[in-house]
Design a protein around this ligand. Structure first.
Ligand SMILES: C[S@@+](CC[C@H](N)C(=O)[O-])C[C@H]1O[C@@H](n2cnc3c(N)ncnc32)[C@H](O)[C@@H]1O
Length: 287
């Protein structure tokens, strides 16, 4: 398997399973950012919109409602398991104008042309981000707008970074190259630098690139135990533990004790809530 196949395999297997286990937190937590953006009515009735790296497709369904019966929201993801679940959830929600297909956004046909493209945390895991951005732009009509939500720097995202620091102090970090495990790709903070992202977008043929910061607290657990399980499964902390294999498993009791201390500061009567921060990145197909 090449590096790209390894990432796709990860999203379709071990990461899909983990996302499914924590679907109750992820859908609401990640929507905390996209709800703000989508409440601004970016997509007019009748528009055709691509949702890149759509995962469970809840954002696709939300876009489908916005564009109405004469419009279409099309979710795409490289993981067949996410697409199957997105189709099932969209049918259950009665969103007949939400459709889905499985594809690698870096190189496959994205079934354009679209008036708009959207990605909520769907572009940070590409092994070839430049190729993906070019491919997405080519699927847009001339002048079509691509809106992405990506995590800002890790220091402003304690909901993931506090647990990562905790785990790094206990579990030896094994790099992707040193491991034979499948992995998520570049990771959640790979698009956090505006200078780098702006250059990549320009090189891919986008213009009018803007960045807007948005901060909100995210629920990372129904209670402290849930938050600890979540931290040990997902994000950089979860990946460090998984990549460490047996050693990661052996050290889990120490990790639990440390996370207990670290995450307890975020406990509130209605769950465990920690700060998070994103960029809303907007750009136009200059072609
Ligand atoms: C963090 S998840 C975000 C899912 C969803 N957008 C959300 O906000 O809940 C990243 C998604 O990107 C998808 N992905 C990763 N690499 C991809 C690629 N090359 N082409 C298409 N999708 C990809 C993964 O399968 C996964 O569903």
């Amino acid at each position: 398997m090449n590096d790209n196949d390894i990432v796709i395999e990860a999203w379709n297997t071990v990461l899909f399973d983990k996302f499914l286990r924590f679907k109750h937190l992820l859908i609401a937590g990640l929507a905390g950012h996209s709800d703000e953006l989508l409440s601004r009515h970016l997509f007019p009735a009748g528009a055709r919109v691509l949702d890149v790296g759509c995962g469970f497709g809840d954002s696709t369904v939300r876009i489908a409602r916005e564009v109405g019966p004469k419009g279409e929201a099309v979710g795409t993801d490289c993981a067949a398991n996410f697409i199957a679940m997105a189709e099932q959830d969209a049918r259950a929600a009665g969103a007949d104008n939400a459709t889905f297909f499985c594809a690698d956004s870096q190189c496959d046909d994205l079934h354009g042309p679209y008036d708009h493209a959207f990605a909520r945390f769907g572009t940070m895991f590409f092994m070839m981000p430049g190729a993906a951005l070019r491919n997405i732009r080519k699927a847009l009509k001339p002048g079509g707008v691509f809106t992405q939500v990506v995590w800002r720097k890790r220091e402003d995202n304690p909901w993931l970074h506090d647990a990562e620091l905790c785990v790094r102090g206990i579990v030896p970090v094994v790099s992707h190259e040193e491991s034979d495990q499948v992995h998520c790709g570049p990771g959640p903070f790979s698009m956090s630098g505006p200078d780098m992202v702006s250059s990549m977008m320009k090189a891919a043929g986008f213009s009018g690139i803007t960045f807007e910061r948005f901060d909100t607290d995210i629920c990372i657990g129904r209670d402290l135990d849930d938050a600890i399980e979540f931290a040990m499964a997902l994000g950089p902390a979860g990946e460090i533990i998984r990549m460490a294999g047996e050693e990661g498993e052996r050290l889990k009791p120490q990790v639990v004790a440390a996370l207990n201390k670290t995450l307890s500061r975020y406990v509130q009567p209605n769950g465990v809530w920690a700060p998070s921060s994103t960029w809303f990145v907007t750009a136009r197909n200059a072609a």
